[in-house]
Design a protein around this ligand. Structure first.
Ligand code: BTN
Length: 246
């Protein structure tokens, strides 16, 4: 069930306001967001009518999906970013997943994902998967490193149709979350698609307050990123503890 809004502050905020009544699998999409939210408290800017801005509601438990423990919440990153990567690849776009869940074409960001969870005592009660994919926008005034499907392919797209196509990939991957062996496959696919994996590149270590050069080795089972630095030390990072120098 997809509900389209002409204008809304943020589809994630709206999903939380309606969480009690929305069924699992509900999708809220907006042609315009007036207060789109990004990671780390940032805003998400998107030219009205040009791009995909939507939130998928997942509910766990008796009336929804099988249970998901809080420690498995990182898998939602793998699920969403892989679905976006497959969607983009269906248009011939070569993309990579920048840990934990941005999607890049070359050095430019084409998609951002904001996952917000509601916790219950026994695990996750619900998740709101907020996804912004740049589709037809060609100019990004203040965003120097943004790109879009139109820029990557030099074509224009029907945004509503794009959402349907994306949801096809998402729905195909979703059941993999709830079974151990298929979850591993999801993780393997995600790991294979990691941006900069195996390449020497520059990073900023937030805790040590230093820039360093290293090579991404992969992602640990708990979701931490592992980077091997020039001195041979393996450094492990939770989200926000490291940034990429692009
Ligand atoms: C980021 O990269 O910082 C995450 C951006 C997430 C943007 C999407 S657009 C739809 C949903 N509603 C929001 O307010 N944010 C997410």
């Amino acid at each position: 069930m997809v509900t389209w809004f002409d204008t809304i502050d943020s589809t994630n905020s709206e999903a939380f306001r309606r969480l009690e009544t929305l069924p699992s699998g509900a999708v809220l999409a907006a042609r315009e967001q007036t207060a789109g939210r990004g990671q780390r408290g940032n805003s998400w800017f998107s030219e009205p009518g040009k791009n995909l801005c939507f939130s998928i509601v997942l509910k766990y438990g008796p009336d929804g999906l099988p249970a998901l423990s809080a420690s498995h919440a990182v898998w939602l990153n793998y699920l969403c970013s892989l679905a976006v990567a497959r969607f983009l690849r269906s248009f011939g776009v070569l993309c990579r997943i920048k840990w934990p869940n941005d999607v890049y074409v070359g050095k430019r960001k084409i998609c951002g994902i904001l996952i917000e969870n509601q916790l219950a005592s026994e695990g996750l009660a619900a998740s709101v998967l907020g996804i912004g994919i740049n589709i037809n926008q060609r100019e990004f005034a203040q965003l120097a490193n943004a790109t879009s499907l139109a820029l990557a392919t030099d074509k224009e797209y029907d945004v509503e149709l794009c959402l349907k196509q994306f949801l096809g990939f998402f729905e195909e991957l979703l059941p993999q979350l709830f079974e151990k062996a298929s979850r591993q496959l999801l993780f393997d696919d995600y790991s294979r698609e990691l941006f900069r994996k195996g390449e020497k590149a520059a990073y900023y270590d937030v805790l040590r307050e230093e820039e360093f050069e290293g090579v991404i080795q992969g992602v640990e089972a708990d979701g931490r990123l592992c980077i091997l630095d020039a001195a041979g030390e393996r450094r492990y990072y939770h989200f926000k503890e490291v940034s990429y120098i692009l």
